[in-house]
Design a protein around this ligand. Structure first.
Ligand SMILES: Cc1cc2nc3c(=O)[nH]c(=O)nc-3n(C[C@H](O)[C@H](O)[C@H](O)COP(=O)(O)OP(=O)(O)OC[C@H]3O[C@@H](n4cnc5c(N)ncnc54)[C@H](O)[C@@H]3O)c2cc1C
Length: 364
């Protein structure tokens, strides 16, 4: 998205990647990502998502393929653990964002797929849903090439001074945006690593019951269940129901680990399904994904020029919520890269601390 935005500002752009667009090691892999404005009390991300929604709709019209699916998003506010959800309601009311609050009596009638045990209320955002992630990457890369952008396969490396090299030669350009996702910390051990921790995420897709549409995106929203450390996406185009459980700090070797999930993931997913999605008990796993997230302590992204290499803009620190912002983030990054304006304070490469659930944009 940044490359496309730079191109559309009149720059000559070469996009260099180690692998093919849409490859499964990238954090942007997998069929889909949740799209929701729900960001606690954080107004900036909330407004970025509202703007992104329009831009995804525009992009899918331009590309002629489905990228944004508005099936809604439901946040389950756990009893005694709802500071983030409470803060989100305040933000939605202030900014006029469509939402519904359902109490425990109403929830089962509205969303019969779930067992709402220990849930104080549900916050439902109708103008939310999912973005078809891998398709968006592949199709946007093609669009970038059609508009004159160059796509090059290669591995950019840094030396001990964090200078960039490609094929043994210094990498040179008026401006270089390094957006290597989870690999950014490895490349910038001094500058980025202290504020970026890589977390492995294993995901199982569970079959919908034969003959039933109840777990399809037409009948079920995406959901976030902080109380049980889980989130999920309904079935779309036969994927099965996606459920990611537990925000574990499991280590991942980005280049060498096999991208397959372990037995513990199956056990955790089945136990979650038993608690929250009883209608899926006994259904079989039909797909799986192993991926990773670059977490910053405050879950704000990183977008700042390197302290020494003045033409190098570092971009990343996705913290598990960057995909949906793609069109707006890419546009904003392009403007920062070209010095049309400075980056936001929150994105600067400074020491960062963990925020409380009420303050955090991600609730983590
Ligand atoms: C399991 C999971 C669930 C998520 N859920 C959501 C969600 O529901 N909603 C949401 O909005 N976001 C979500 N996210 C976050 C979102 O997917 C990421 O924020 C986003 O995909 C990050 O994109 P990126 O371009 O920064 O990184 P990546 O997609 O990882 O891209 C980095 C690219 O850089 C390339 N590269 C790396 N090193 C080099 C090098 N040295 N030289 C050349 N190329 C290199 C890689 O090959 C890769 O293609 C989730 C992430 C994960 C992993």
């Amino acid at each position: 998205m940044t490359a496309l935005s730079l191109l559309r500002r009149g720059c000559s752009v070469t996009l260099i990647d180690r692998w093919e667009p849409g490859h499964p090691r990238a954090s942007s892999s997998d069929y889909n990502r949740i799209f929701r404005s729900i960001h606690g009390k954080d107004e900036m991300y909330t407004q970025w998502v509202r703007e992104s929604r329009l831009r995804w709709i525009e992009l899918q019209a331009e590309l002629g393929c489905e990228l944004y699916v508005e099936c809604g998003a439901l946040v389950l506010a756990a009893e005694g653990h709802s500071a983030w959800e409470d803060a989100t309601i305040g933000t939605f009311e202030k900014l006029g964002i469509p939402h519904f609050i359902f109490g425990p009596d109403e929830l089962p009638a509205r969303f019969p797929q779930f067992d709402f045990n220990h849930i104080a209320y549900g916050l439902y955002e109708p103008e939310a849903g999912m973005v078809m992630a891998q398709r968006a990457v592949v199709e946007t890369a093609k669009l970038f090439q059609r508009e004159g952008g160059k796509l090059k396969r290669g591995r950019v490396v840094t030396d001990e001074h964090e200078a960039l090299f490609l094929d043994g030669k210094p990498l040179d350009a008026d401006v270089i945006v390094v957006c290597t996702g989870p690999w950014l910390g490895e490349m910038y051990r001094r500058t980025v690593r202290p504020i970026s921790n890589i977390v492995r995420q294993n995901i199982i897709y569970t079959s919908t019951p034969e003959g039933s549409t109840a777990y399809d995106y037409t009948d079920m929203p995406c959901w976030i269940d902080h109380g049980l450390g889980a989130y999920g996406i309904p079935s779309i185009q036969g994927t099965g129901v996606k459920a990611a459980i537990a925000w574990t700090a499991a280590i991942i070797d980005l280049d060498n680990d096999e991208r397959v999930v372990d037995d513990a993931t199956f056990t955790r997913t089945r136990s979650y399904i038993q608690k929250r999605l009883p209608g899926l008990v006994g259904q079989r796993a039909v797909d799986q994904k192993a991926c990773q997230i670059a977490m910053t302590p405050d879950t704000h992204f990183i977008l700042d020029f390197h302290p020494v290499h003045e033409n190098v803009l570092l971009s990343g620190g996705c913290s598990g919520h960057l995909f949906k912002h793609g069109p707006v983030y890419g546009d904003f990054s392009a403007g920062v890269a070209l010095k049309e304006y400075g980056t936001a304070d929150r994105f600067k490469i400074n020491a960062r601390g963990k925020l409380s659930a009420g303050e955090s944009p991600s609730g983590r």
